[in-house]
Write a new protein. Structure first.
Length: 136
């Protein structure tokens, strides 16, 4: 997908209502040279589990949103086919940031890493994913 500017990118991905409305995620930036996407969200009580920790599904969903931005700008539409996530630390603070970048992109498949950081800039999770380019 081709976009003229970041406003167009944000407008298109506003259609991902689960990420933008339920999570409250927003796109902070995209570097076309490295194809790195950065997205973030503010954490509130609805994002916690019964033990008071941020639910793993919140981290996964934010990582998936960052992956969608990184893997869909300036190329054929992509869909993820496989994910693996490692939760490395409990989230502290009220901000969660996901940074997605391609490790290798081919004609059909792309391999990506998404790193998640909390409000204290601690590395809290890493997701790796495979995407199929040209999926529709």
């Amino acid at each position: 997908m081709q976009f003229a500017n970041m406003d167009d990118v944000r407008s298109f991905f506003a259609g991902d209502e689960f990420a933008t409305k339920c999570l409250g995620a927003h796109i902070d930036g995209y570097d076309p040279e490295t194809r790195t996407a950065t997205v973030s969200m503010h954490i509130d009580d609805r994002h916690h589990n019964a033990q008071g920790f941020v639910m793993g599904g919140v981290l996964f969903s934010l990582a998936d949103f960052a992956l969608a931005v990184s893997s869909n700008i300036d190329q054929k539409p992509s869909a993820s086919t496989n994910h693996a996530i490692q939760f490395m630390s409990r989230v502290h603070g009220d901000v969660l940031v996901a940074v997605a970048h391609p490790d290798k992109e081919g004609r059909t498949l792309g391999f990506y890493t998404v790193d998640l950081f909390d409000g204290e800039k601690r590395h809290v999770a890493r997701m790796t994913a495979t995407c199929m380019h040209g999926a529709s």
